[in-house]
Design a protein around this ligand. Structure first.
Ligand code: SF4
Length: 409
């Protein structure tokens, strides 16, 4: 099977645009995040928006909970590198103020703004201004009448909440809509989105709300979002983590890259789990490499492997990699040894080679050195390690003998 032909078939949805970012239809799945500053703090909020954009956010949401926040948005929007969505909860007038501030989109929670005349007033204004709205249903803040009707926050109750809001929007002829039905329970949100995607072709915004701090929050959010994306459901995503929001944006981008839904922008660092053969502290070197690559835009797969015995072979598909042997780092490009460097220079060399490959390509990197010489040099360390460690680097046989000896005694 040609693995490059494996791709996710996305469910067709209508397309809207939030600022210059298209959502739905054939647009790439986008990443969203939210600032945690006071929106009235214009400089602090802008600083966070820039950090989020650098980490992979295509759209950023800011709360608009008071007049000062709306005034802040009027200054933030023109200076933001990405479209800004205003998050509105209880006061419909804040939605009107945010539109006056020039935001590119709104998020309304149907559980919090319930008077039809208020909802329609916002939708009519959004229609006239061409501002899209997300209907953001949240299992934790459903309209009480729906809790009562369904006996709790069920997938059906969440879908009906979205449909009620859609009906109000229909009445004023407003169509620039995307919808979310988030819950902190992964099975609940997955089922709610599945049901919603059966009854609407509006683009869907995916998220597991209040997922919590990483790593558990990352696992929960990924479980829910990835499950749906693999089924072709979802047009834009947000990780809701109890962490620096930069982590949300980074995770969102990384998930889309891992699923092949967005082109790789940053390094994809792979590393072996380490074992008895490891000649270095793989975790430490991988973390240092991760830090050194940071947000550098190098769309390459880079491997950090603990030993030269198996490393270059196991990571032969990586664009570039390094494996440790005999206190030296063996650099390899597409599985071919290209250089042997002192252990202390492993990470710096990895970055230097990655930048070279990114600029000049794999072929040029392979032509840069005497491959035969590099291979011979690497082979010496590999042979030495095999001679020292044999085939049983984890000393399993020795351990088994010892277990048998002590249990028989
Ligand atoms: S054999 Fe080498 S490359 Fe494989 S896990 Fe062990 S140290 Fe890492």
């Amino acid at each position: 099977m040609d693995v490059s032909s494996l791709s996710i078939e996305r469910k067709p949805t209508r397309q809207i645009t939030v600022g210059d970012v298209a959502i739905g239809g054939d647009a790439p799945v986008s990443v969203q995040s939210m600032t945690i500053t006071k929106t009235a703090d214009v400089e602090g909020t802008l600083q966070q928006i820039y950090a989020l954009a650098a980490a992979g956010a295509d759209i950023v949401r800011c709360t608009c909970n008071e007049v000062e926040a709306a005034e802040g948005l009027a200054q933030i929007v023109p200076r933001s590198p990405v479209p800004i969505v205003a998050d509105i909860h209880h006061q419909y007038k804040m939605a009107l103020a945010a539109m006056e501030a020039g935001v590119h989109g709104l998020r309304l929670n149907p559980g919090n703004i319930r008077r039809p005349e208020h909802i329609k007033a916002v939708a009519a204004e959004a229609r006239d201004r061409g501002v899209p709205i997300r209907i953001g249903v949240n299992a934790g803040s459903l309209d009480p009448s729906l809790y009562e009707k369904y006996g709790g926050a069920t997938p059906e109750a969440m879908v009906e909440s979205a449909q009620r809001e859609l009906a109000y929007f229909d009445e004023v002829g407003f169509e620039l809509i995307k919808i979310s039905v988030k819950a902190s329970s992964v099975p609940l949100m997955v089922e709610a989105y599945r049901q919603l995607s059966e009854v609407t072709d509006h683009p869907l915004h995916l998220g597991v709300t209040e997922a919590g701090p990483p790593p558990a929050g990352l696992v929960k959010a990924t479980a829910g979002i990835a499950t749906l994306l693999l089924e072709g459901i979802g047009d834009t995503i947000r990780y809701s983590l109890t962490a620096d929001p930069v982590e949300e944006a980074r995770a969102g981008r990384q998930l889309l890259e891992a699923l092949g839904l967005r082109e790789r922008k940053n390094v994809d660092l792979i590393a072996c789990p380490s074992c008895g053969r490891a000649e270095i502290d793989v975790i430490e070197v991988a973390n240092r490499a991760m830090e050194a690559f940071g947000e550098r835009q190098l769309p390459l797969q880079v491997a950090v492997m603990g030993c030269v015995v198996n490393g270059p072979g196991e990571a032969r598909d990586a664009d570039l990699g390094i494996a440790a042997g005999n206190k030296r780092g063996h650099l390899f490009v597409k599985g071919q040894n290209v250089a042997v460097v002192p252990e202390s220079e492993m990470v710096d060399q990895l970055v230097e080679w990655a930048e070279f490959i990114n600029e000049h390509g794999i072929e040029a990197a392979l032509e840069r050195v005497d491959l035969e010489k590099a291979r011979r040099e690497a082979e010496k360390d590999r042979a030495r390690l095999l001679a020292d460690q044999g085939d049983d680097a984890n000393h399993a046989v020795e351990r088994i003998v010892e277990i048998r000896r002590t249990t028989r005694a």
